[in-house]
Design a protein around this ligand. Structure first.
Ligand code: ADP
Length: 466
């Protein structure tokens, strides 16, 4: 059963129940009030009759004309139950009295009851006639309830028909209104189905209306679609990047493997190659194997970064770390001037090993691209709530058109293609720094050199210059 039908039936059932309750209460009240009015009239007439000076139990018809209305039936009975007299409008009919009523009257109290006769119901009021403290007879005053019953029947018909009509009209109104209220939901369902079928996350639900529950549903649904579209695009981009990485990695692996295969062929030659060639082939084999190992470990670092493996986030004192890198720089590049501007006693929030790996990548590049006689400067500085670590070199610089690509995986400038690097160093550095909620920047001028800056959040805010 649809929500629309359920809601409509529920509203109609609640209304019908309320109308039935109201009708029953109204019917009962009208019946009680009108019956009470008739009874009051009968009580008044009986009192006037019994209280009159010339009241005679055996001559009631004569007095009735003076004290009661023509439509009132009056009958007197003796204590043995026999009829003493009755008004002529009763004809031969005897007004009944129940045994219970008789006993009540004998005790000197009045009694009212409704009796059913062939010509309709009667309200009978029986009043004992007491003389000198002794009940000597009973006066019964009665009126037909035909008119009263007729009015009540009409009332009940009107109430029933009215309630049924109101319920029916409300059913129709509720049906139309719930249909209108639920229409946007149908619209959202249809849009969701269409999006599922077409995979078109650019579609949105057109909702024109107040920001009620359905308005909120439409807004939430549209916001969810925006998120879904972003996630879908991200997933597509990630898949494409993954495909590219696999293709590039296979390509990079092929080159050293081909060289290794060629050199192994040389070594297996018969007659064997001479000793000098043999030495050269073995040196090639060692170099290419080293390159393969480097490539494999670089790919492993990237794969871990892609898998979102979390890095540690702890305070890492910058000074000892940069000093360490400076020392290595002096060892690895003795022909360059290595300068260390590392006086800040400050800590960054990050992972020590990952940060060291990044600085080594940058140092390796600086050493690789700075010719002997050039200089490399390592410096630290504070920028607001961040710490910057810079590595400046006086190498050839990077061409402006290459600059936006150097952090891409497997990107190498044309001049660097012949070198040992696979173009993964800066990609790894970027991934590792971003995983520590930091950034890495480069500024470069062709012919003058480059400066790579790593920016990480500060761990201690009250650091002082030493
Ligand atoms: P590679 O292993 O080739 O060094 P990287 O990802 O570290 O790979 O660097 C990508 C490219 O960025 C390099 O091929 C080079 O062209 C350029 N590059 C990186 N560092 C420097 C630098 N200090 N000076 C000039 N060019 C650089």
């Amino acid at each position: 059963m649809s929500i629309r039908l359920r809601l409509t039936l529920l509203y109609s059932a609640v209304l019908a129940l309320m109308l039935i309750g109201l009708s029953v209460a109204l019917y009962a009240t009208v019946s009680r009030v009108t019956l009470g009015a008739i009874e009051d009239t009968l009580v008044g007439e009986a009192q006037r009759l019994v209280g009159s000076r010339d009241f005679d139990l055996n001559r009631i018809d004569y007095q009735a004309r003076k004290f009661a209305a023509p439509e009132t039936y009056i009958q007197t009975i003796r204590l043995d139950g026999s009829v003493a007299d009755r008004t002529s409008n009763l004809g031969d009919f005897t007004l009944p009295i129940s045994n219970g009523g008789l006993q009540v009257c004998e005790r000197g109290q009045a009694w009212t009851e409704v009796v059913s006769t062939e010509s309709g119901r009667l309200l009978v009021y029986s009043k004992p006639v007491v003389t000198a403290g002794q009940t000597v007879g009973i006066v019964q005053v009665a009126r037909s309830l035909a008119e009263h019953d007729q009015s009540l029947a009409t009332l009940s018909n009107v109430l029933f028909a009215g309630s049924a009509m109101v319920t029916l009209v409300l059913f129709g109104v509720a049906w139309v209104m719930s249909g209108a209220a639920l229409r946007p939901i149908h619209h959202i369902t249809a849009t969701a189905q269409a999006i599922g079928a077409e995979r078109n996350f650019d579609r949105r639900v057109d909702y024109v209306g107040p920001p009620d529950e359905i308005g909120q549903l439409a807004t939430t649904f549209n916001a969810m679609l925006t998120e879904l579209r972003a996630a879908y695009r991200q997933a597509e981009q990630a898949l494409q990047a993954q495909r590219r990485l696999v293709a590039d990695a296979s390509h990079e692996l092929r080159t050293p493997l081909t060289t290794i295969r060629g050199n192994l062929g040389l070594l297996r030659r018969d007659p064997p190659i001479d000793a000098a060639d043999r030495e050269a082939a073995i040196a090639d084999l060692v170099d290419e194997t080293d390159r393969l190992i480097r490539l494999a470990s670089d790919l492993l670092v990237l794969a871990r970064a892609d898998a979102g493996r979390p890095l540690r986030r702890e305070p890492v004192p910058v000074k000892p770390l940069v000093n360490d890198i400076c020392r290595q720089a002096k060892l690895l590049g003795p022909a360059r001037l290595i300068e260390c501007e590392n006086r800040l006693d400050v800590a960054v929030q990050g992972d020590r090993d990952a940060l060291k790996q990044v600085l080594l990548v940058l140092l390796d590049n600086a050493l690789k691209y700075t010719p002997p006689g050039g200089s490399i400067t390592l410096s630290t500085g504070i920028a607001g709530e961040h710490v910057a670590i810079g590595i400046r070199d006086t190498g050839p610089g990077i061409a402006p058109d290459a600059l936006p690509h150097i952090f891409e995986r497997f990107y190498r400038s044309d001049s660097a293609r012949a070198g040992a690097g696979a173009g993964l160093g800066l990609a790894i550095a970027k991934e590792l720094i971003e995983a520590q909620r930091g950034t890495i920047r480069v500024e470069s001028r062709v012919g003058q050199g480059s400066v790579f800056t790593v920016i990480l959040p500060r761990a201690d805010h009250d650091a002082t210059l030493t």
